[in-house]
Design a protein around this ligand. Structure first.
Ligand SMILES: [Zn+2]
Length: 63
């Protein structure tokens, strides 16, 4: 899947974080993607495939 996220983007995941939040800020991109939950502030590091699987389709278009 094509991933077009950049640092600073807000993305939405298919499944909510345990805290109930679905929206994340992209902190860093590259070989690994670091995202921060906007609800609880926790950060998660994922590889490209891991992030691509979690994101809702079309994320990045809505702000
Ligand atoms: Zn959270």
């Amino acid at each position: 899947m094509d991933l077009t996220v950049r640092a600073g983007d807000v993305v939405e995941t298919k499944k909510p974080h345990p805290c109930g939040g679905r929206r994340w800020e992209v902190v860093r991109t590259g070989a690994e993607y670091k995202i921060r939950c906007l609800t609880c502030g926790r950060t998660v590091v994922l590889d490209h495939d891991g992030l691509a699987k979690r994101l809702r389709r079309g994320s990045g278009e809505e702000r």
